[in-house]
Ligand binder design. Structure first.
Ligand code: MTE
Ligand code: CO
Length: 420
C-alpha cells in the first residue's frame, strides 16, 4: 500500500491499515497485481459503456457466467423427466433469483399462453368453476416468501457422503416471493361441501401430475401464485399459475395448475402420493410426511467454494429452514460436532422461508469439520445423520434432514464427508 495509497491524513492511513491488515497478511503475492488495478487507468474507466437500449432485460455480469443451475447426468435417464440444482454456494441473502431456482419436471417445461390457461375447481363443491387468468387477478392478492424443497433433496446421501458440493447435496431448494391469491378465497367462491376433506391438484403439463392435499392445509396458507420475485412466474416454475403449499414437500406444489378437485379421501391409486412414502427398516413405510423437517447447510465455504485466501478472518455462511415455521437458532461447529457456537441469523426471519446465518472466526489453517445444526420455532433440533438412520434406516429417498459435514484440509480444499 505504500506509494499508491497516498495517505493524506493520519486517520485515513489508520483506516487503510486497519481495514487491510488482515488482507495484507493473506495476500502478499497478489498485492502487487492489485496495486496496478488501482493505480493505472483501466479500459472501463476510459471508454463509455453500452447505452440504456442495449439490455432491455438485464442479465448478470459476464463475470458471473459460472453461476448456473446444474444437473447430474447419471442421476436420471433423460433430461425431460429430471432435475437440476440451485447453486446455493453462489447466492446471498434468502431470495433465490428466478433464473437460478432448481427445476424438477416430470415431462419437461410446458409453454402455456396465459390466454389459453384455465383453472377448474370441481368435485365436492356447490358450484364447479372455471377461472381464466384474468378472473384470478380480480381476487385480493398477497405477497409471501416461502422456501420450496423437493422431498428428495439430499436423497442421494442416505447411505453415505456422495455428491461433492452443496449445490448437489442441498440444491433442490429455492426461496421466492410469491404473488397470488389465497386458495381459500377460490375454494370459498366454489363452496366446498361439508364432506370435502381432500383436494386433488393437477398440472397442465404432459405428465398431468397430480397430488392429494388435505383440505385443512388448502384452507390454511396455500396460494395460487402467478407472480414470483416481482414478475410473472418463469415457465420452469409453472407459468402462468402454480400451487404454493408452504412448508410442505415440493412435489405438492403443482406447476401449470389447471384443476383442483375436492373429494372425501386422498386419491391413492391415481397419483404420486403413494410413491412419496419413506420405507422404514421394519418394512413399514411412513406416509403423508408432508411437512419438510428442520434443516440447514453451510453454503460457504463448501466443496465448490473452497477457502482460497489462506488463514485469518473467515466468513462461514449458510441457510436454515423448517416447514414448521421460523428458525430460532443455528449452531455451527468447526470440529465435527464436539463444540458448538451460536451463529448469527441475519435478514428477515419469515415462517417457512429460508434464513441466512453467519459465523465469523479466525481460521488458523488447521483442518476443520464444519457442521451446522438448526433449531426451529417448535424447538425441533436438526438430527445427525446417525440419529436419522437409527430412526429410519437407509432405504428412504425422501426427507433426509441430517447434519451435513464438510471437511476442510490445510489448503482450504473441501470435501463432503461423514463422521461418527
Ligand atoms: N408440477 C407439475 N405439473 N409437474 C411436475 O413435474 N414437479 C414437482 C412439483 N410440481 C412437478 C410439479 C416436484 S417433484 C417438485 S420438487 C417441484 O414441483 C419443483 O418445483 P420447481 O421446478 O419450481 O423447483
Ligand atoms: Co420434487
Amino acid at each position: 500500500m505504500t506509494n499508491s495509497a497516498r495517505p493524506g491524513a493520519a486517520s485515513r492511513r489508520a483506516f487503510l491499515k486497519g481495514g487491510l491488515a488482515a488482507g495484507a497478511a493473506l495476500a502478499a503475492g497478489s498485492a502487487a497485481a492489485g496495486e496496478q488495478v488501482i493505480t493505472e487507468v483501466q479500459d472501463w474507466n476510459r471508454y463509455s459503456g453500452e447505452g440504456v437500449d442495449a439490455r432491455p432485460y438485464g442479465t448478470p455480469s459476464q463475470f458471473e457466467a459460472h453461476v448456473v443451475r446444474k444437473n447430474v447426468p447419471w442421476l436420471t435417464s433423460d433430461v425431460v423427466s429430471s432435475i437440476n440444482f440451485t447453486p446455493l454456494h453462489e447466492l446471498e441473502g434468502i431470495i433465490t433469483p428466478s433464473g437460478l431456482c432448481f427445476e424438477r419436471h416430470h415431462a419437461g417445461i410446458a409453454e402455456i399462453d396465459p390466454k389459453d390457461h384455465r383453472l377448474m375447481i370441481n368435485g365436492m363443491v356447490e358450484k364447479p368453476l372455471v377461472f381464466t387468468m384474468a378472473d384470478i387477478k380480480r381476487f385480493p392478492r398477497e405477497n409471501k416468501v416461502y422456501f420450496l424443497e423437493c422431498a428428495a433433496n439430499s436423497g442421494m446421501e442416505w447411505r453415505g457422503a456422495q455428491l461433492n458440493g452443496c449445490q448437489f447435496t442441498h440444491g433442490m431448494l429455492h426461496c421466492v416471493m410469491y404473488t397470488g391469491v389465497r386458495l381459500k378465497t377460490l375454494l370459498e367462491e366454489a363452496g366446498v361441501r361439508p364432506e370435502g376433506k381432500w383436494l386433488l391438484a393437477e398440472g397442465a403439463d404432459a405428465s398431468s401430475m397430480t397430488r392429494s392435499i388435505p383440505l385443512d392445509k388448502a384452507l390454511d396458507d396455500c396460494m395460487v401464485a402467478f407472480g414470483m420475485n416481482g414478475e410473472a412466474l418463469r415457465p420452469e416454475q409453472g407459468y402462468p399459475l402454480r400451487l404454493v403449499v408452504p412448508g410442505f414437500e415440493g412435489n405438492m406444489w403443482i406447476k401449470w395448475l389447471r384443476r383442483l378437485e375436492i373429494g372425501d379421501q386422498p386419491w391413492q391409486q391415481r397419483e404420486e402420493t403413494s410413491k412419496y412414502t419413506d420405507l422404514l427398516p421394519s418394512g413399514k413405510a411412513r406416509r403423508f410426511t408432508f411437512a419438510m423437517d428442520v434443516k440447514s447447510v453451510i453454503t460457504n465455504p463448501s466443496p465448490q467454494a473452497p477457502i482460497t485466501h489462506g488463514r485469518g478472518p473467515l466468513v462461514v455462511a449458510g441457510l436454515a429452514w423448517s416447514g414448521n415455521g421460523t428458525i430460532k437458532r443455528v449452531d455451527v461447529s468447526i470440529d465435527g460436532g464436539r463444540n458448538w457456537q451460536t451463529a448469527r441469523i441475519d435478514g428477515p426471519s419469515l415462517p417457512k422461508a429460508l434464513h441466512r446465518f453467519y459465523y465469523e472466526f479466525d481460521w488458523d489453517g488447521s483442518e476443520l469439520f464444519l457442521q451446522s445444526r438448526a433449531i426451529d420455532s417448535d424447538g425441533i433440533v436438526q438430527p445427525t445423520k446417525d440419529d436419522l438412520r437409527a430412526a429410519r434406516g437407509s432405504n428412504s429417498i425422501y426427507h433426509n434432514n441430517g447434519i451435513q459435514t464438510w471437511h476442510v484440509n490445510k489448503d482450504g480444499v473441501i470435501e463432503n464427508v461423514e463422521i461418527s
